[in-house]
Design a protein around this ligand. Structure first.
Ligand SMILES: [Zn+2]
Length: 236
């Protein structure tokens, strides 16, 4: 068990350079093609390890060590919660991608389809394989039900308040529903509650420090992902 957590953390840490590349190339406004060169000086992204362009010093996104650290934490928490079971593959595949999504959404308020939609077949295949090898660890049926329930619920919320939530959030909560629903409805409820709670705390802090105004909207993706990880970490 301890070994699995260390292996998970190592896997997450090693994914850092790839996540940095993804964060940098996908942090573009909606509808624009992914970035291949620095938008200011045209340099190729040789400066990615520090998160800054080697040509002009412009900030290109989070530094690799930040991504390695957060992905390692996300993978370690996943391994600790799921344990030595084939289902852990789904969680270890998702954790680094979710880490990158959190950083991208925090930076440019986007959750690119190229990351969210591609994760669906991976998670579905991994959880199906896990269910076929062991019927008692989790429930694929419950995972699918949670995915549908969260996606439909967030779609309704997005229709009601289009400024605060977007379709990217809807696609993201479907993924989180799969991961939390496999483990149980308590985890789904905890993840949802913790997402709203951390987002509310962050909004109050941003307003209090005047880093955001009353009419600003904050990206919700990072809090959805944080809530899910906290729900995994805090499970008794
Ligand atoms: Zn540059």
């Amino acid at each position: 068990m301890g070994l699995l957590v260390w292996l998970g953390a190592a896997f997450g840490a090693l994914s850092g350079p790839f996540l940095a590349r993804a964060c940098w190339s996908l942090s573009v406004p909606s509808g624009e093609p992914r970035r291949t060169r620095c938008q200011d000086c045209g340099a190729a992204p040789a400066g990615l390890p520090r998160g800054r362009c080697s040509g002009c010093g412009r900030c290109l996104g989070p530094a690799v060590w930040w991504l390695s650290l957060s992905a390692a934490a996300a993978c370690a928490v996943s391994a600790l919660r799921v344990g030595p079971h084939p289902a852990v593959i789904a969680y270890l595949a998702a954790a680094p991608v979710l880490t990158a999504l959190a950083w991208i959404d925090a930076g440019v308020k986007r959750l690119p389809d190229v990351l969210t939609l591609r994760l669906y077949p991976v998670l579905l295949a991994a959880l199906l394989a896990a269910q076929l090898t062991d019927r008692h660890h989790g429930s694929l049926l419950r995972a699918l039900a949670a995915m549908a329930a969260l996606a439909v619920g967030f779609y309704a919320l997005a229709l009601l308040s289009p400024g605060a939530l977007g379709l990217g959030d809807v696609k993201l909560v479907g993924l989180l529903g799969l991961l939390l629903g496999w483990l149980g409805w308590t985890s789904v409820a905890a993840g949802g509650f913790l997402a709203f709670a951390t987002a509310a705390l962050a909004s109050v802090a941003l307003l209090a420090t005047r880093r955001a105004g009353r009419k600003d909207t904050i990206p919700f993706g990072p809090y959805l992902i944080l809530g899910t990880l906290l729900a995994l970490a805090l499970h008794p």
